[in-house]
Design a protein around this ligand. Structure first.
Ligand SMILES: *Cc1c(COP(=O)(O)O)cnc(C)c1O
Length: 411
């Protein structure tokens, strides 16, 4: 965490920074409750995109000219902003990727090369497809075993069952920090200790945590931490893989191409040093710079106050929804935040979502890229409201009234 003076958190002031929130949808004030899918962008990020393409656009790292050097400096400064925000030890530990999915695939392919037949990987029953499928592909390719740590009906990881899966063959634990469907916060620091005790590494999927809570990779002691720019108020197509330097050093490159090499001949190629070894080809330069801008914006805010505000919104919404007849809240972990998922007897989630949309309210319906989790709960999908710091209690009130109206129309 970066130190310094932080402005007291004010939801009114924050909203002013987000032009997308000031629009009408079907003549109604937009209520944006789909932050789990992607976040809106503050003016500083929009300005940075415009500034980059208007003035600074150039390819980076090898340019002799003014613009190229300026773009290189900005891109590399963004890396340092992100390094500081994550409390990573060095900038070499911050690899730019396309997003969470890309970061996990990088680890599965590169770290995966260090594994051999019979090794085991543990995931949990609440993972996003992007933290399931890359491991299945790796296990198939290298003859490894994938184990799934179960959850209880509240949507909490069952720690005793997780413990039973851990053994000397376990080489990696890949776990989400916060579930995008349930809002469950996993005890990743504790899981890291347990993984390390058997000599395994841990990858934390931070796609849903970096925008909602302070992140400190040293304190968490994770080996890898991945997130997407677009869920943390930055652009799409850019994300970050944090990895411990000693580990990244041992890992082979993922993709080959420009920028990731040191010397190429037809006989033999040597690779560039970190972080460039893992950044083949022209990166998303504008994306990196603007993600830096988004993280700078976030680091100027009181994240602890934000955490409290979002938790209050989620608790408030959940308590009100819970009073509806035939309503099931999906995900009632003791430690949860920013997400409320529900299903309603006899009503399809998609129909509720469609009626909410007509009232200007954006939610997500369906399986939320967690089909095995839906199978566990025995439902086809949920309606999910997911909050960000710019959402208000009044919006929740409007949402609850709209849910009630929608249900009455459907039954
Ligand atoms: C969104 C999400 C992902 C995938 O992120 P992409 O930006 O689509 O790569 C992975 N895990 C979780 C928990 C997510 O919420």
């Amino acid at each position: 965490m970066t130190e310094g003076t932080k402005k007291p958190f004010s939801v009114r002031e924050i909203r002013n920074e987000f032009p997308a929130l000031r629009q009408l949808v079907y003549g109604k004030n937009l209520i944006y409750f789909d932050n789990g899918a992607t976040s809106q962008k503050p003016q500083v990020v929009l300005d940075a995109i415009n500034r980059y393409y208007s003035k600074d656009n150039a390819n980076i790292h090898r340019g002799v000219h003014f613009m190229s050097q300026k773009a290189t400096t900005e891109f590399e400064e963004a890396r340092i902003i992100i390094q500081k925000y994550l409390n990573a030890r060095t900038r070499e530990e911050v690899i730019f990727t396309k997003g969470t999915t890309d970061g996990i695939n990088l680890v599965a392919n590169s770290f995966g090369e260090l594994l051999s037949a019979g090794d085991e990987i543990i995931i949990t029953a609440m993972e996003h497809h992007s933290n399931i499928v890359p491991w299945q592909m790796l296990c198939q390719r290298k003859n490894l075993t994938l184990r799934v740590a179960p959850i209880n009906k509240k949507g909490e990881l069952i720690i005793e069952e997780f413990d039973k899966l851990l053994n000397s063959k376990t080489k990696l634990v890949a776990v989400t920090h916060i579930s995008n469907t349930l809002g469950t916060i996993n005890p990743v620091k504790e899981l890291a200790q347990k993984a390390h005790a058997v000599g395994a590494k841990i990858l934390v999927d931070g796609a849903q945590s970096i925008q909602h809570m302070p992140i400190d990779v040293i304190d968490m002691d994770c080996d890898f931490f991945v997130f997407s720019g677009h869920k943390v108020f930055g652009p799409t197509g850019i994300g970050v893989l944090y990895g411990k330097e000693t580990l990244l050093d041992r890992m082979p490159p993922y993709q080959g191409g420009g920028d990731m090499i040191s010397k190429v001949t037809f006989e033999r190629t040597t690779y560039n040093e970190l972080p460039f070894k893992f950044e083949a080809g022209t990166p998303h330069i504008a994306g990196g710079i603007c993600l830096g801008e988004a993280i700078k914006f976030l680091s100027g805010l009181d994240i602890v106050a934000i955490q409290k505000h979002e938790k209050e919104l989620a608790d408030y919404a959940q308590d009100l929804l819970d009073t509806f007849e035939d309503m099931t809240i999906i995900g009632e972990a003791k430690k949860k935040t920013s997400v409320v998922s529900f299903s309603m007897e006899g009503v399809h989630p998609f129909d509720i979502g469609t009626l909410l949309d007509k009232q200007g309210i954006a939610v997500r319906t369906g399986h939320h890229c967690t089909q095995p989790l839906m199978d566990f709960f025995g439902i086809p999908g949920t309606v999910r409201a997911s909050f960000a710091f710019y959402n208000t209690r009044e919006e929740v009130d409007t949402f609850i009234a709209a849910v009630e109206k929608s249900i009455n129309m459907l039954r």
